[in-house]
Design a protein around this ligand. Structure first.
Ligand code: COA
Length: 381
């Protein structure tokens, strides 16, 4: 942590690094042990044995569901997959070259106008809104993407899992279960991550007693940046630019000489490796082998080895996730929306937690500008 002493004798940490900005019982990051838990459960186990639906329930309700609770929750999600017709209609007026993340931020904001609980801000009303958002965000992403390509949006499936439904909505065909399961595991790993920038931004918005949709819209804007959710897109573009295994070593060495930021590497909290990246790396390789695109895993390994040797930096979750999504044939510009599709569960849980014990988030800043200036009338300046 790099604290800076201020003239006022207070201390300040740029980027709020190392500052505890709130209390939360949703997830715990233990960087020393390279461990991440959701509500006390290790993500290793969750990503291996549970599903995104189960994890979303866990994050929102605080406990793992039993069989019938999971069934009711999953059915409710399926029931809520459709988006209101006027909203679907309005997507066709979005510019064809709009970025999917901008379309998602705007369409989530529009969606709020149609929510039957939009005036309700109780814990229960927010849970209902959260479930609608979880169910509808995949439809919004797929519909706006397809329409921007001049394709007809598809009706959500009523008999497939959250992960399978999204892949179907986007591509028009259901993937096999093994393939959609890898996608599902990426969603579990992206679902929640403490006071990261977008979640913090959602909590700040909620703390003014605004509403869940406004908080999620703020979070979406925050996630978009390349230092946060945008990194998965940039990581894949970098791998594409490298293109061949034989070019990887020189490319990364040149990039480091030019002091370029290598997207998908480094993390504010995990300085010894991101557990999510460790879980995803072998999955990305086996998927790449299955789809005969192993070069992306090979290029990734070279980058990883050199980044560790030269910079002591490890890949974060976005690095192997980019390979998984590319090999699945997903368009690069929707990788960050996919991150949002998963993180909506974490954002909602945080907004609800914030409101359950709310205190306005309003930090201070140290003034560094000029003082005691004398006003001069405009004609005399
Ligand atoms: C995530 C990130 C913002 C964390 O940053 P941070 O905790 O503020 O760490 P810093 O930016 O202070 O990095 C410390 C040093 O490592 C370097 N570094 C960090 N990440 C780097 C990267 N991806 N590529 C090259 N150098 C990097 C910094 O330049 C800095 O070097 P310096 O001390 O010589 O100036 C940063 O690692 C990053 O920008 N990564 C790339 C974007 C990314 O993948 N984001 C997704 C995060 S899940």
């Amino acid at each position: 942590m790099s604290e800076i002493a201020l003239k006022s004798q207070r201390s300040y940490s740029p980027g709020l690094e190392g500052i505890v900005a709130g209390l939360s019982a949703i997830s715990e990051i233990e960087p020393k042990d390279e461990r991440l838990t959701y509500r006390g459960y290790d993500v290793h186990e969750l990503s291996q044995f549970s599903t995104y639906e189960e994890v979303a329930y866990l994050l929102l309700m605080g406990t793992l569901p039993n069989q019938s609770q999971l069934q009711v929750f999953s059915k409710e999600l399926v029931k809520n997959r459709e988006i209101p017709k006027p909203l679907l209609e309005s997507l066709k007026y979005f510019p064809k070259d709009a970025h999917p993340m901008d379309m998602l931020r705007t369409s989530v904001s529009l969606l709020s106008l149609f929510d039957p609980d939009r005036e309700g801000h109780s814990h229960e009303a927010n849970l209902k809104k959260a479930m609608r958002l979880i169910a509808k965000i995949p439809t919004l992403i797929a519909a706006s993407y397809r329409m921007s390509k001049g394709e007809i949006p598809l009706e959500p499936s009523t008999d497939s899992s959250h992960a399978q439904n999204f892949l179907y909505l986007l591509k028009g065909e259901k993937p096999d279960l093994d393939t959609s399961r890898v996608f599902d595991r990426t969603l579990i790993l992206y679902a929640e991550h403490g006071f990261n920038a977008s979640t913090f931004s959602a909590r700040v918005t909620a703390s003014t007693l605004s509403d869940l949709y406004s908080a999620v819209t703020a979070a979406l804007g925050t996630l978009k940046g390349s230092l946060h959710g945008g990194a998965n897109e940039h990581a894949m573009k970098m791998l594409q630019e490298i293109g061949e295994v034989s070019r990887a070593k020189n490319w990364i060495q040149d990039a480091l000489i030019q002091k370029k930021k290598i997207m998908g590497f480094g993390h504010r909290e995990y300085k010894n490796g991101d557990p999510r990246a460790k879980i995803l790396k072998p999955l990305a390789r086996s998927l790449a082998e299955k789809f005969k695109q192993v070069k992306w895993a090979d290029i990734s390994d070279i980058l990883e080895e050199i980044m560790l040797r030269e910079k002591k930096l490890y890949p974060n979750v976005d690095f192997p996730a980019a390979v998984v999504y590319y090999v699945l044939g997903l368009p690069i510009e929707i990788y960050t929306p996919i991150f949002a599709l998963a993180r909506i569960a974490g954002w909602s849980a945080h907004v609800i937690e914030q409101l359950d014990q709310n205190r306005l988030i309003r930090p201070e800043c140290e003034y560094t500008g000029p003082r005691d200036l004398k006003y001069i009338p405009v004609e005399a300046r």
